[in-house]
Design a protein around this ligand. Sequence first.
Ligand code: PEP
Length: 257
Amino acid sequence: MNRKPLVAGNWKMNKTAAEARELVSKLSAPLREITDVEKVLCPPFMSIPAMHALLDTSHGIGLGAQNMHWEEKGAFTGEIAANMVKEFCNYIILGHSERRAYFGESDETVNRKLRAALKFDLIPIVCVGETLDQYESGLTAEVVRRQIKQGFAEIDSAAASRIVVAYEPVWAIGTGKASSGENANAVHGKVIRPALSELFGENNAQAIRILYGGSVTASNASEFFAMSDIDGALVGSASLKADEFVAITKAAQASMR
Ligand code: PEP
């Protein structure tokens, strides 16, 4: 199955709108030249309208938000709904481990958000991954399988192929201690894709892209992209540096040859 590689930058709570414009001015020309890879930038909400105006997503650089609410509107102070995201973005990150750890997100809330995102035609990038304790206790497969089965419950198989999964071991995020390509590939191929297959059937599961995330840099990106079941990367801190992010995206393109 030919799955187009996807490289997404999660800027987290970094960059003012002015700083975001500056970073985009460095990224847009080199990223546009990398045509075989889907590129997505996920800045903080406040920068999204400015970036939308600058990027013109028809030029092949997608825009995503980092979170949203599952309700369509109403008395939810401080929240943003899927149709508001959709005015500017095509992608939405859901269930990032920082949202699970600091803002009480669960597989159930991820599932509600996922259903709302699909309803409004966003491409969800759903994050799963085990903590260090769980990794050390040998619970990776159990935890990740549960996150997939519960997070993706009652999703229509026809919509499933639009979903992107990001396997992000929590112990690898922001620590500089990336997983090995082989370890991540085994989780993708032996845990995540089989769980997706149980939910959506083998053909749909084969079409779903599974990204790796956790301390991806320009120096280790090729190791991940060389793996059969790794279809791209969700990149945190390295996405804040134009040269690094472009180099990671080029590594994804090179892996296709
Ligand atoms: C992330 O937060 O999604 C992430 C992968 O961060 P980092 O690349 O900094 O580890």
